[in-house]
Design a protein around this ligand. Structure first.
Ligand code: ADP
Length: 425
């Protein structure tokens, strides 16, 4: 039984859902002293944020869409509902001091009314728009004079005229091209490389049906990809070391610190990320994904939240991206972003093709020296991102080999595209 004055309130519809203990009058003395963080979304990013918040004694309330979402397993404070439901958002706002995000599938117009009503939304709706709307992000980068991928926004009102727009863009920049959904994409979903006009037409027809605005972009000949992670609160912006990232079919498979990122490029990438963070006044963690081509850097994507390319910071940096995100959104002093090792490798773990659960192979992975294994508690499905492994150390090849050894134990083998003679795991 809860102590007197407290009620155990089922916060979902079903009886077996997590319970939230709250004071009957909604304002217990302990909650007055401790600020509560609300997270919109309950995936693995929310799960790892809760782990960091718990260490700081910060209570977290989640708005989860499904009772089985990854973060619901690590907190009893769960509201069940859609992020598009204003009533549920108000319920979340009533239970916390600051709202932050696990993903960017949010309704910015609705969040604006919350912000205007005095709800603390972090990173702030104006900044958040960068992560939600690729066309807006590209326009902002152009305003700041930062290098971005040559692109054009396809006006869906043009209907078949979009094909003519793509054709004209192709004549100017050459084929292949990349078509990209302006909203709602993740892990390469919403990114379509197209070799010619026929392939482009097929994508345009699909997009017309879904009503999603599109961008057409030049296909960039990428030497390698990198990610610059920063954290900002008003008056204080810090950058972590820049990492090399490898994607296969649009999905990040491994992150290497520093990988092929030389100090000059790292400084350039950090300066770009800090410039964006300060210009848009972000509060919290922000990741800027870039392409290295020739001697230059091109910004591809900006994410306004902790990011998959920053998981290495949990063990590899003095302060993790999750802890610094919590600190920033609660306006607490930020922790050092320095690396704890000269080399760090993080490898993502996916559901094996046979549908088995990597959890059952934990013993083998933990036997790999220095391997830090993170499993997100998600139901195993082939190809689903289920966890990651990080290894820190002094030797680039060794940390990479160990990270892949542990991932392989968990059922994720090295994609052929990542087999490199210099560091073949
Ligand atoms: P998402 O947000 O779904 O991850 P991204 O825009 O980050 O989508 O694209 C995913 C991956 O697709 C990138 O990491 C890169 O490998 C590739 N890609 C995206 N845009 C381009 C482009 N214009 N030229 C070449 N490759 C691209």
């Amino acid at each position: 039984m809860p102590p007197p004055g407290l009620v155990r309130s089922p916060v979902g519809a079903a009886g077996n859902l997590p319970l939230m203990i709250e004071r009957a009058d909604g304002s217990g003395p302990s909650e007055q002293r401790r600020r509560v963080l609300g997270i919109l979304g309950a995936g693995q990013l929310a799960r790892m944020t809760i782990e960091a918040a718990a260490a700081l004694g910060v209570p977290v309330v989640l708005l989860a869409e499904n009772p089985t979402d990854a973060a619901t397993e690590v907190t009893s404070r769960v509201l069940l509902g859609s992020p598009a439901d204003a009533g549920q958002l108000w319920a979340l706002a009533a239970r916390c001091d600051v709202i932050t995000f696990d993903h960017e599938h949010v309704d910015l117009e609705m969040l604006t009314t919350f912000e205007e009503a005095g709800v603390a939304v972090r990173p702030g709706v104006a900044a958040m728009r960068m992560g939600v709307d690729t066309a807006h992000m590209r326009a902002t980068l152009a305003t700041l004079g930062l290098p971005t991928v040559p692109h054009e926004v396809l006006d869906p009102r043009l209907g078949v005229g979009m094909a003519a727009q793509v054709e004209a863009f192709g004549e100017l920049h050459g084929w292949p091209l990349v078509l990209k959904a302006s909203r709602g994409g993740y892990d390469g979903k919403g990114v379509w490389p197209v070799a010619d006009q026929d392939e482009a037409l097929a994508v345009l027809r699909g997009a017309e049906e879904s009503g999603v605005p599109l961008l057409v972009e030049a296909f960039v000949r990428i030497d390698f990809e990198l990610s610059a992670l920063v954290v900002r609160r008003p008056g204080e912006t810090l950058a972590w070391p820049v990492v090399e990232t490898s994607q296969v079919e649009g999905v990040c498979r491994e992150v290497l610190m520093p990988g092929r990122v030389d100090p000059q490029r790292a400084a350039q990438a950090q300066a770009i990320a800090v410039r964006i963070a300060d210009a848009i006044g972000v509060v919290g963690v922000m990741a800027v994904e870039m392409f290295a081509c020739g001697g230059s850097l091109v910004v591809n994507e900006v994410a306004l939240r902790p990011h998959n390319t920053g998981h290495w910071t949990i063990e590899g940096a003095v302060t993790s991206q999750f802890e610094n995100h919590v600190r920033a959104v609660l306006d607490l002093p930020l922790g050092s972003t320095e690396a704890c090792a000269t080399h760090v490798a993080t490898v993502n773990v996916f559901g094996p093709p046979d549908g088995s659960d990597p959890m059952h192979a934990l013993e083998g992975a933990l036997a790999v020296p220095s391997a830090h294994v993170h499993l997100y508690g998600k139901e195993a499905r082939p190809g689903r991102k289920l966890g990651h492994v990080t290894v820190c150390g002094g030797d680039a090849a060794e940390v990479r080999n160990r990270a892949w050894r542990a991932a392989r134990e968990l059922g994720t083998s090295v994609p052929a595209q990542l087999l490199r003679p210099a560091a073949t795991p």
